[in-house]
Design a protein around this ligand. Structure first.
Ligand code: 13P
Ligand code: SF4
Length: 327
């Protein structure tokens, strides 16, 4: 029986050996633990990673992220083996939009097209016209004729933000991200009082009550670019603090202050994504060693869900790829 290497160093060496032997590519989202970001071939936002998954010539895609991201990789590359270190890595946006209810909602509004945030299940993607991420949503919406009625799901905060930015009225699904919805306004004000020169940067999954304080609003890659363009600054961060690992590397001399979430007594600062944080270096090693858990989706679901994802990729070709190359 093979054993788990004891030290982190030998675990990394084993992951590197498996990566070579399996011809695998390791993709990691910015919210992953630091060691997973460091060992990945590419670190990026949802759009970057979907593109990398679509383009790779590796035989195996190992996705250090959450399930909807790994599903996206499988949908875009069904012939490849897609591994996720922990299959329980879900997303509160995904659970807030069950397929039967969404289907009924669409049927109740037959004259609306469905623009859906990538943070949803494969079943929801199959019921969607165009998928978007927080990086490309605004520019994709601008390509839709002004008289076309739109349903936006599942994130009501991102939807409301996009409606304000584009001036489009949209029918919003009532879903939200449990992490971005929970940042404490009181903590934000306390940090701003302590660091009056700090720039407040926020992901558009935050509610308007928080976004109104922000100097810059954008996807994870957009926030990262903003901090990299402002070296030796102070930043108050309204997104999952995993991204601060990359921010520190690209904005030398800057200080970063993550905002705590409203406490429910069960968590430390209540601002980390419990799903993203299910993955670990050890689980990464084990999933590569044992080729499990693997993402499996039915062929007809893959075919139906691929169309809106491909439309998204086609409609955002003018956005440069910002994934950072790792190992
Ligand atoms: P990005 O596409 O901006 O990386 O967002 C992913 C996500 O899950 C945010 O909560
Ligand atoms: Fe989902 Fe929020 Fe976690 Fe992103 S941070 S994966 S939206 S629960």
């Amino acid at each position: 029986m093979t054993t788990i290497p004891r030290s982190t160093l030998s675990m990394e060496q084993e992951i590197n050996r498996l990566r070579r032997e399996m011809n695998a590519v390791i993709l990691a989202h910015y919210y992953q633990e630091d060691d997973l970001q460091d060992i990945a071939d590419f670190v990026g936002d949802s759009l970057d990673l979907a593109r990398k998954a679509a383009q790779t010539d590796a035989d195996v895609i190992v996705f250090c992220g959450v399930k909807f991201m790994a599903e996206g990789a499988k949908i875009l590359n069904p012939a490849k083996t897609v591994l996720l270190p922990d299959l329980e890595a879900g997303c509160s946006l995904e659970t807030s939009c069950p397929a039967p209810a969404f289907k009924a909602f669409r049927e109740a509004h037959p004259d609306h097209m469905a623009i859906t945030y990538i943070n949803c299940s494969a079943e929801i993607k199959a019921l969607t016209d165009i998928i978007v991420t927080s990086t490309n949503a605004e520019m994709i919406l601008q390509q839709i004729p002004a008289d076309q009625k739109i349903i936006f799901a599942p994130d009501k905060h991102l939807g409301a933000y996009l409606a304000r930015k584009t001036g489009r009225e949209m029918l919003l699904w009532d879903g939200s991200c449990m992490v971005h919805e929970r940042f404490s306004e009181r903590e934000l004000i306390r940090l701003k009082t302590q660091h009056p020169k700090a720039h407040i940067i926020a992901h558009p999954e935050c509610p308007e009550t928080l976004l109104r304080y922000a100097h810059h609003i954008g996807s994870t890659s957009s926030l990262l670019h903003y901090t990299a363009a402002h070296p030796a600054h102070e930043f108050i961060v309204l997104t999952e603090p995993g991204i601060i690992h990359q921010m520190k590397q690209r904005s030398l001399g800057s200080s970063f202050y993550p905002v705590a979430g409203v406490s429910d007594g069960a968590c430390n600062s209540c601002n980390t994504c419990p799903y993203m944080k299910l993955n670990s270096l050890e689980k990464l090693y084990l999933c590569m060693r044992d080729l499990t858990p693997q993402l499996e989706l039915k062929d007809d679901l893959i075919i139906a869900a691929r169309k809106p994802l491909q439309r998204m990729l086609e409609m955002s070709t003018s956005i440069p790829n910002s994934a950072k190359e790792g190992n």
